[in-house]
Design a protein around this ligand. Sequence first.
Ligand code: ZN
Length: 132
Amino acid sequence: MRSLPQPHENQIERPAPAEPWHVTSISPKREHSGTETLLKKNLKETKFEELRGKTFELIRVVEMLCEVCQKPLSTKEKLLRKVQISNIEDYQNLLNRATVHDRAEIDAEKGKIYFYDHDFPGDIHPECIEKL
Ligand SMILES: [Zn+2]
């Protein structure tokens, strides 16, 4: 059995290893209320008891928004680190971290926690250019 050393630190933020961003293109025609959101829920609504003893991958998601419709053009995902929730401080650190992002969602089945931010890269959907 192999366990990663888990130095106990309050500061979650640290320089991530050279993990590449994974970019996903999104068409504005795709509805964002599909099944994919059903599995995720707001981190703030998740209780400590549901997370205790589990390990999660923290993933930062940056939504690149269209200048016209302000819906995502694409998303960039990056694995930040893994974190084990072994005590209430670990849980509180997660909640604290979530406050600096647009929103935070958890997919408990996949063991992933997503921190969302957004950016305006100065791009426009091809579909939106046609509307101008
Ligand atoms: Zn658009």
